[in-house]
Design a protein around this ligand. Sequence first.
Ligand code: FES
Length: 87
Amino acid sequence: MIIEVCVGSSCYIRGAPAVISILQSLIAKYGLEEKVILKGSFCMQQCTQGVTVRIDGVVHSGLGKEDASRLFHHIVLPSLEAVGGED
Ligand code: FES
């Protein structure tokens, strides 16, 4: 899974660094470093009142740092379980 957090100027000032660090610590907490690639991205042309995050190609915009953990628990974990269930 690839999670890209926009670090364009609009997202950056609206909290991208906080979103990245929250996602980073959740990935570490769940030991998912091998399954999840977290990286920064240029502007995704979705500049809103919040941060834009793309998860496996699906764009989520307008996020605040309080949304980072919701995104992780509601999208990242369930889709990893769906994919990795056979391991
Ligand atoms: S700066 Fe993030 S979508 Fe434009």
